[in-house]
Design a protein around this ligand. Sequence first.
Ligand code: SAM
Length: 434
Amino acid sequence: MTDQKEKEWKYKAGSYRKSEYVEHAKRIDYTELHSEMNEEERLFINGLIRETRPGRLLEIGVSRGGGTVNILNAINDMPNSKLVSIDKSDTYYGDDKVRVGDDVFKTFSKTENLTLIVGRDASEVLPVLGEKFDFVIIDTAHVHPVESLNFLCALPYMNEGAIVVFHDISLFYRKSYEGCSLATRILISALAADKISTFEPSTTYISDHERVYNIAAVQITPDLQRYIKNVFHALHIPWEYYPVDDMLNIRALLSKHYDNDCLRIFDNAERVNLAWHFSSGKTYSLDRLARIARELPDDTVFYGAGENMRYILNMYRLFKMEFNYTIWDTNHANIRDINGICVSAPDFDLHSETCGAMVITIGNVEIAAGIKILFENNGYKAFMMEDFLSINTGVGAGAGVDTGAGAGADADTGAGAGADAETGADTETGAGAD
Ligand SMILES: C[S@@+](CC[C@H](N)C(=O)[O-])C[C@H]1O[C@@H](n2cnc3c(N)ncnc32)[C@H](O)[C@@H]1O
């Protein structure tokens, strides 16, 4: 992109408050709607759309649809403009009786220019759509690394020159969010791009006292793409949330569109955060855990297909280990599979001579204890999740022998052996450059 084009973009961004654009926005009365943006922020998005007239628009994070209404109104006289809106949830986070996008259907009788996709993550949806977008609005979980992952997954599906708007870049200054919700600020800080915001910072919603900007837009330029590795590096900032269900899709999408350096940084950041979240903040070593996992007897059964099991499968993927064990869950008919591994009904009648080891991954300690007694009586060598995580489990031959050598050693290779000095520095040595 030439300097001239970048200048034009800044000029366009500054034109968002042209009186004709403001007039257009005022067609919608928000008093009965549930907008999660203030008026100035809505005008900012409306004006950018009116000025740049994008053909394909993408919104990630819909909630009740106040933002979607604003976008649909902005394009309502642009017959060639179409909006795709994605939300990971199908119900509003504040009330599960309200469906996502509810305000849109209350406001418009026809929504042919909208494709609303709910209950799925962008990493699953975007590769299937295969479309490229000119205007993107990201307003999702606000817990790191969600916005960064949303952006990295959407970037390959943006045209050069596309405009991306980020909302809630200062949410952490709001009293009730203090100390968290840094996700969007981390992301925009890592982007090599000029950031454009509203004329005036917000004095409401975020803080009654200080004036902070809470919305920003960037344009996709070659520079932004050249320095995208900065966003991967920022993934080393501790994750407030580990997206246990989406990692398989996210990793698959990233591996298609980013180079090996980026992927190595990503894997290392995921690894350290998986270890942290998997064990609720206790610093279990994934190397050690992987060593135990590698040495499990072939006939091991994992009992429970909930969150712990999903963490375990992510660990297998991260360490490039095949998972060839059986997963049992009484809710198998609904769950069916996790990450492509079949979940089947527990067999309570197996005789002791056919029984091997069992790892009970159920989170509820009392239920897990009951299952343990039941299957021990059936002849299983059963372990609670805590035992599996502990070095003294004795489940596998290598367990309890914490030499630091052996099978676990190769697990560090991917992270530490990178040619990129910074990448290697982010390993467990503690000498992180970040
Ligand atoms: C702050 S609200 C969106 C508000 C909306 N943009 C507006 O202006 O009214 C955040 C929404 O993002 C959704 N969300 C959270 N994580 C997500 C993800 N990874 N992908 C898509 N949507 C996500 C939540 O379900 C929630 O509905």
